[in-house]
Design a protein around this ligand. Structure first.
Ligand code: GRG
Length: 301
């Protein structure tokens, strides 16, 4: 069995190739070159492809046809990439470095970055709802519903506004652990959880299996966020590929600033254990998902 970084890297190679093909189609159908170029900058050339990995591996639990799993995996990654492009904008997080390269607004300009993000979001739903997403239209509708709920007002976008409100308007209970946990579950956790859920939807899984994967995805999302906060607190910019130390410099309340590094690591370990326990009901092919959970404890980027 390959170590997790190799497994993740192999999945990333496949996903990169598929994303590149999807973006080539934009050129083929006459999308304005500046837009295609900015979309390519946002999507290709970096990214761990962690969320697509989760979709592929969750789908593998149910023996899903690989091309359907791959399409859903790419749709999740397109949503993730759009969110990063918008999050990096001067009006939001004002970041100049992403995945070790200039952010889209820095490489192009703000209006191009806004539009590239918009187009990536639409593209995600286009590929998911097209017949190549699944041959059963009901399944396709379920996929679209799950991804739009996770990415929208009740999920990632809602979490982002809570975060920006706290940051820019000092609205919300600063330093309240329940508030920060909810905010992060919405902003980061829901997309990670839905990456797992899409595999279950594709596999026409039983409600119990869907529930187990949701528990796994939620715990993993929480672990991901703590590990991300730890990277910001302890990581080096060159290795992480984006600015670090930003949270502390901005006086931002994070799980690490509230708990301290040692207790945050304890919560991280607990979340990893919870994620792995949720997989117990599946009899086979769970090792990559177990490895993904354990990887949260030793991420370096
Ligand atoms: C703009 C609607 C909107 C939402 C933005 C996800 C998000 C919401 C902002 C990203 C800010 C951030 C750094 C959050 C921490 C968790 C996170 C999403 C990290 C980046 O994900 P990785 O580590 O990145 O999977 P790669 O580059 O590997 O894809």
């Amino acid at each position: 069995m390959s170590p997790f970084p190799v497994l993740l890297g192999n999945a990333a190679t496949h996903i990169d190739a598929e994303l590149s093909r999807i973006l080539d189609r934009e050129t083929d159908r006459g999308t304005p070159p500046r837009l295609v170029s900015a979309m390519r900058h946002a999507v290709l050339g970096g990214g761990k492809r962690f969320r697509p990995f989760l979709t592929l591996q969750s789908a593998a639990l149910f023996g899903v046809e690989p091309s359907f799993a791959q399409t859903a995996a790419c749709a999740v990654e397109l949503i993730h990439c759009y969110s990063l492009v918008h999050d990096d904008l001067p009006c939001m997080d004002n970041d100049e470095l992403r995945r070790g390269r200039p952010t889209v607004w820095k490489a192009y300009d703000e209006w191009t970055a806004v539009l590239a993000g918009d187009a990536l979001q639409s593209l995600a739903f286009e590929i998911l709802s097209a017949p190549t997403g699944h041959d059963n239209p009901t399944i396709r509708a379920e996929l679209v519903l799950a991804l739009s709920c996770a990415g929208g007002a009740g999920g990632m976008v809602g979490g982002q506004i809570l975060d920006l409100e706290a940051d820019k308007l000092q609205v919300g209970p600063h330093g309240d652990i329940a508030h920060i946990t909810r905010l992060q579950a919405m902003k980061t956790g829901k997309l990670i959880a839905v990456a797992c859920e899409l595999g279950a939807i594709l596999g026409k899984a039983s409600p119990e299996d869907v529930k187990a994967l949701k528990i796994y995805g939620d715990a993993l999302g929480f672990a991901f966020q703590i590990s991300d906060d730890l990277l910001d607190a302890e990581g080096q910019t060159e290795e992480v590929g984006k600015a670090t130390g930003k949270d502390a410099a901005a006086g931002k309340a994070t799980l690490v600033s509230l708990f301290g590094v040692t207790e945050a690591r304890h919560h991280l370990d607990q979340a990893i254990d919870q994620a792995i326990a949720a997989l117990e009901r599946f009899s086979a092919r769970t090792q990559p998902l177990i490895d993904a959970a354990n990887y949260m404890g030793r991420r370096t980027h």
